[in-house]
Ligand binder design. Structure first.
Ligand code: SF4
Length: 220
């Protein structure tokens, strides 16, 4: 292996056994595109029959911050893009408040197809679909992952813990990225009293991305 290159192991099941990422990272976009094409042929769980569009993920393949949500909603299913509805607008607002744009980050969900009537993902669906997310994270190699809601947090942490106990902590992950957990923006829209807490989580996210120590007295 050439100096300055990284070996990234991807899922054999996806037909991408291994890939070499050049130092300039030019291949990240190409690897994501190969993975996207794989997802667009997927019939591994029942949801492919009821979805309108696969929602692979969107954003900067070289992002330092990667957001992970649960599953596409109605608007996302219609457009094939994650977080484009009201919840997506709130995510953009929270991001802009800490000085980042959507173009700087990457956004994906645990499930790539919408569950009917936005019901909760089922365990067999998560098991079938999560290798795609796993590969996305391994390709992008973000510095910080941010879980939006409990389903994403439980998947990324690999533990069943209440959301309240996962927030306001910096977790280590199997990907080497740090993990911050916050509410799903849809939950904040349903309960606007969560907005202040969400802002605290985003302030913590910014501090972790920028490599600052976490001083809770400086958080809003
Ligand atoms: S939810 Fe995931 S595993 Fe299920 S059909 Fe869609 S892409 Fe495939």
């Amino acid at each position: 292996m050439k100096k300055g290159r990284q070996l990234v192991w991807l899922s054999e099941e996806l037909g991408i056994e291994e890939a070499i990422l050049a130092e300039g990272q030019a291949d990240k976009a190409e690897l994501l595109e190969r993975l996207r094409q794989e997802v667009f042929r997927c019939q591994k769980c029942r949801l492919y029959k009821t979805k309108r569009n696969y929602v692979f993920g969107a954003g900067n393949p070289y992002a330092e911050i990667m957001f992970v949500g649960e599953a596409p909603g109605g608007e996302e299913d219609k457009q094939g893009i994650p977080f484009v509805g009201r919840a997506g607008k709130l995510l953009t607002k929270l991001l802009e408040e800490i000085g980042y744009t959507r173009e700087q980050v990457y956004i994906a969900n645990v499930l790539k197809c919408r569950p009917p009537q936005n019901r909760d993902p089922r365990q067999d669906e998560i098991a079938a679909c999560s290798p795609y997310l796993d590969s996305q994270i391994k390709i992008i190699q973000p510095k910080v992952l941010c879980a939006l809601g409990r389903f994403a947090a439980v998947f990324l942490l690999g533990k069943q813990i209440p959301l309240s106990q996962m927030r306001m902590k910096v977790h280590e992950t199997r990907y080497g990225a740090k993990l911050i957990v916050t509410y799903h923006p849809a939950a904040v829209l349903r309960n606007p009293r969560l907005m202040d807490s969400a802002r605290r989580d985003f302030a913590m996210l910014k501090a972790v991305v920028e490599g600052e120590g976490i001083d809770s007295s400086r958080l809003p």
